[in-house]
Design a protein around this ligand. Sequence first.
Ligand SMILES: Cc1cc2nc3c(=O)[nH]c(=O)nc-3n(C[C@H](O)[C@H](O)[C@H](O)COP(=O)(O)OP(=O)(O)OC[C@H]3O[C@@H](n4cnc5c(N)ncnc54)[C@H](O)[C@@H]3O)c2cc1C
Length: 381
Amino acid sequence: MKFSAKEQAFRADCRAWLEASVPQAPLRSHNTRAGFFAHVAWERRLFEAGLAVVSWPEAYGGRAASLMEWLIFEEEYYRAGAPARVTQNGIFLLAPTLFEFGTDEQKARILRPMAAAEVMWAQAWSEPNAGSDLANVRSTARRVDGGWRLTGQKTWCSRGSFSDRIYGLFRTDPDSTRHRGLTYFMIDLDQPGVTVRGIHDLAGEEAFAEVFLEDAFAADHDVIGAAGEGWKVAMATTSSERGLSLRSPGRYMATADRIIQLWKDGGADPRLRDRVLKCWMDAQAYRLNTFQTATRMMSGGTIGADSSFNKIFWSEMDIATHELALEILGPRAELLATAPGAVEGGRWLHDFLFSLAGPIYAGTNEIQRNILARRVLGLPR
Ligand SMILES: Cc1cc2nc3c(=O)[nH]c(=O)nc-3n(C[C@H](O)[C@H](O)[C@H](O)COP(=O)(O)OP(=O)(O)OC[C@H]3O[C@@H](n4cnc5c(N)ncnc54)[C@H](O)[C@@H]3O)c2cc1C
């Protein structure tokens, strides 16, 4: 694969800054309060360096980089072992929606503070009975002077306990069912009528929150798209989440390089060689496929149902790689970060537990397989 001189210069710039700036010692997990705010401080440094949102227009804090350059930035970011992106629910999931459906006023007010990690966002799509079946949303909003009053329960909001604002769908037409009559809102968490309760994950960290709303307020200017059109707004950006923006190949290339090193450090057991190689080849295949998608999109193409292939591929690859890492580590795999002999600060075990969530979030893999069966293969329901 060949990169232009401009792309190579961009890569060199990113590499130089990251090598000089990435914290020497890993930050605490971003799913803990202290760790989250250490990551926020890092995000602010990234923003000041002009690297927080490279592909965005300069007016919103970006540097108008191409999609290809964004992928290059991502490769360098993971290669440098830089901290997890705690702005991701904003910059990767809400921002594409605002770029497509937001008013100029919304873009001017929201995007820059989001990129600068001054306002932290959580995604509030799921409800207790609306996960895979998102159209089953029960939370409601009723019109009042200047805005809306919101009531209901959202759940599984990643890092919601530490966030300032959420976004999600509410039923604004009480007579509607399923996909109709929903509206897409942005909501302040710090207001009367909102209760946020943390939920701990498998690693024992406060990775999620449930959010209870009792007549909470959202102003008219915090509705994205038209009232009643929320489904269309929400669906327009799910493909980019699964297909490109949420999980760039740089992440898996960096993990593949780490597993090769782990295997070599552990005595290069020849019985595991083929599986180590497969991890690296899968990461390479995902990389090349993503560059192909990016090339297609840069020439005006779109990403559609095929993004479901991506989602299944990266989530299953991530589990296989981490399972292999635990096998290489043997009994040492179980050492927690605080144990004296822990390898890489216990990161393989921590990340293995998180990899198990990959087939669930961003639309479960069963649902992705249904989408592929119907829309790509044309099979009956
Ligand atoms: C790490 C992590 C982070 C998350 N972060 C967020 C977040 O920030 N914001 C947010 O809103 N949500 C978040 N979620 C929630 C996530 O979106 C939901 O868990 C997901 O949509 C599945 O919904 P559910 O848990 O209600 O499971 P259900 O929808 O009840 O599904 C249960 C099982 O049934 C299967 N199933 C359901 N329907 C069908 C069908 N039609 N055909 C075949 N199989 C089916 C599913 O695949 C699954 O295996 C997160 C989840 C995880 C694990």
